[in-house]
Design a protein. Sequence first.
Length: 381
Amino acid sequence: MSSDNPDPSSVHRKLRGKIFIGAKAAIRTVSDLATLYTPGVAEPCREIAKDRELAYEMTMKGNAVAIVTDGTRVLGLGDIGPEAALPVMEGKALIMQQFAGIDAFPICLREKDPDRIVEIVKAISPGFGAINLEDISTPKVFYIEKRLTEELDIPLFHDDQHGTAIVTLAGLYNALKAAKKEIRDVKVGVVGAGSAGYAIAKLLHAAGFPDIVVFDSKGAISDSRKDVDGHKTVLAGFNKSGYSGALAEFAGADIIVSASAPGALPHKTILAMRKPNIVFALANPMPEISLEEAQTLKIDIFGTGRSDYPNQINNSLCFPGFLRALLDLRVRKITDGMKIAAAKGIAGAVKSPAKDRIVPDPFDRKVVENILKEVKKAAAR
């Protein structure tokens, strides 16, 4: 990739896939063959049969992650199918390998039934140390995540929820420092009640943000609405101010995080925020507010998921280090404490937060180390 602006299709066609399976040992002699395969391989098989935990020490299980998708909600492309989802899953696997030394495998399923997906993932889980759900449509992904979290004996990480929420919280920790505001004093608006918006609101609530108003296409989600059920019932409980109106009339927020679609964030709402204000526009690949619009609206601290804008709120800051921690610590269930710890680890990689620098560079190697250190503390509590 010598060109600064390579044609993506040409690059992918030339590579014919971004990852491959490599070998840690070479088979050069009959002795090598006998040790690494039959009959020598029978010895670790016998030991693992007696104690399944030894699979972490004697096989690749302890460093292996399955990236599972059904291709129903891929990036901003929607339901494009498992084959078309494969380039994204390969990209995630490549990032995990190069940033955190994890062996990750794309598992693209031609199956949309949530119960079948649960059973498939459970069936393949013995070969992996963690499962990463990816690009599965809502609301069924909530059901899949809940069941697998309860029924697997390895951690279930849903990057569209957990990863997005962790990096958002990390960015907000540093944005609040730059804005000289305290968590206990701020009012938050979250635009979008899908998997990302739901997870962001839940994690901000767990981290101590006192008033979080989440908006769906019908307006604020509150206890006064008659059509609120399922995961939105949880979101209504975070709305301590009881606001029940439209997003365009929402005023007095210190922070707005939008995980919706381009154009979903009214300028009127931003102009009615308290200053200094913080706005994260996370729709990908096109954010709800462009950088030019943010400058015109005089947003004080602005973040998006785009790499060509400052303050990139990107999941690649989280999932390599967080999955590394889950594997190394042999975590069985992910807790809110672990997610908050990961966010603090990411935020801590920025020594002097400023309005145009609230998250670290994705290539900063301290990020993976910080996440591992902080999650280890949380897991020990």
